[in-house]
Ligand binder design. Structure first.
Ligand SMILES: Cc1ncc(COP(=O)(O)O)c(C=O)c1O
Length: 314
């Protein structure tokens, strides 16, 4: 069994394809747009999650830990990825989940259900307690409860995660003018910015409302080649509208590429809107990082169904 998982891990594609996107608007405006298909690395450890976990898993093992503990919300791609990574690396996983109300109904949530099926144990805490997640005292309490663990912050962003995200861009990506990525905690954009070529500009599209991100990214980004394009968060984290759902479904029909509703869908909506508004001059070559997150669509669809809204086509 262990041999099977090692084979699976080795089969993960570290070098991902840049797929050209063909849409009328791109031809009209003379802009070339490619998607770096990081989402294809693996269904659960996809995109930036693979990059962020790679060196952290090595470190956890080097330090002799047998348990990973991390934090996340109900749809967290990071929770899904950590659970699966723990399973294939032979590490126990503990998820500290935001929202005590989920304790009674986590089985209804497909991200948590999958994570649990991959061996993750949960502790559900209130939103107030969750704000303490970086507080050393809070971590000490968790150690008393669970024993020794290798701790990964929310979203998996730490210096080793940035090191992994610096591997998203390849030397063959040097001829792109602009690199775009979705932003949550800011780790992915920091890694991309550090590795970007001198002539490139990195644009980040936050999935959250608020301006705390700039500061967070500056903790890890070494260059000043990046900018945040706010205004495409659709009301905030995990908030979605009918317009966004139709956009995701139309994009999938036209390009055969699935996007997630929380991060990459909002980013792509923003990029195409900017192209429509002539933000990029003709001949601009844009590389968009598809950071995955597709595992969250099922859970989102469940919520949409309850609200009688159209569903996202998978
Ligand atoms: C699919 C996806 N894309 C982008 C991001 C944003 O990454 P970061 O938190 O490093 O800004 C996340 C969040 O972790 C994500 O799950």
């Amino acid at each position: 069994m262990a041999f099977f998982f090692v084979l699976l891990l080795l089969s993960m594609q570290e070098t991902t394809e840049n797929q050209q996107v063909h849409l009328d608007i791109l031809a009209q405006k003379g802009v070339d747009l490619f998607l770096k298909r990081e989402d294809r690395i693996h269904p659960f450890i996809s995109g930036n999650k693979y990059r962020k976990l790679k060196y952290n898993l090595e470190e956890a093992k080097t330090q002799g830990f047998d348990t990973l503990l991390t934090f996340g919300g109900a749809f967290s791609n990071h929770i899904a990825a950590t659970a699966y990574a723990g399973k294939i690396h032979g590490l126990n996983t503990i998820g500290i989940i935001r929202g005590e109300e989920l304790a009674k109904k986590w089985q209804e949530n497909s991200t948590l259900k999958q994570a649990h099926s991959h061996g993750m144990r949960f502790k559900f805490i209130s939103r107030t307690s969750y704000r303490e997640k970086s507080n050393p005292e809070f971590l000490e309490h968790l150690k008393e409860e669970f024993g020794a663990f290798y701790s990964l912050p929310e979203g998996g962003t730490n210096p080793l995660a940035i090191k992994g995200c610096e591997e998203i861009l390849r030397t063959t990506d040097a001829d792109f003018d602009i690199v775009c990525c979705a932003v949550g905690t800011g780790g992915t954009i920091a890694g991309i910015s550090n590795a970007a070529f001198d002539s490139q500009k990195v644009l980040g599209f936050p999935a959250l409302k608020g301006d705390f991100l700039q500061e967070d990214i500056c903790k890890f980004a070494l260059k000043e080649n990046w900018e945040l394009i706010t205004g495409y968060h659709f009301g905030g984290y995990a908030k979605i509208t009918e317009e966004l759902i139709h956009f995701l479904n139309d994009f999938k029909i036209e390009t055969h590429i699935p996007l997630d509703p929380i991060y990459t869908g909002k980013m792509m909506y923003g990029i195409l809107d900017l192209i429509q508004k002539d933000y990029f001059p003709p001949q601009t070559k844009i590389l968009v990082v598809h950071s995955g997150g597709l595992q969250g669509i099922n859970g989102m669809n469940r919520n949409l169904q309850k609200k009688n809204l159209p569903l996202i086509n998978i």
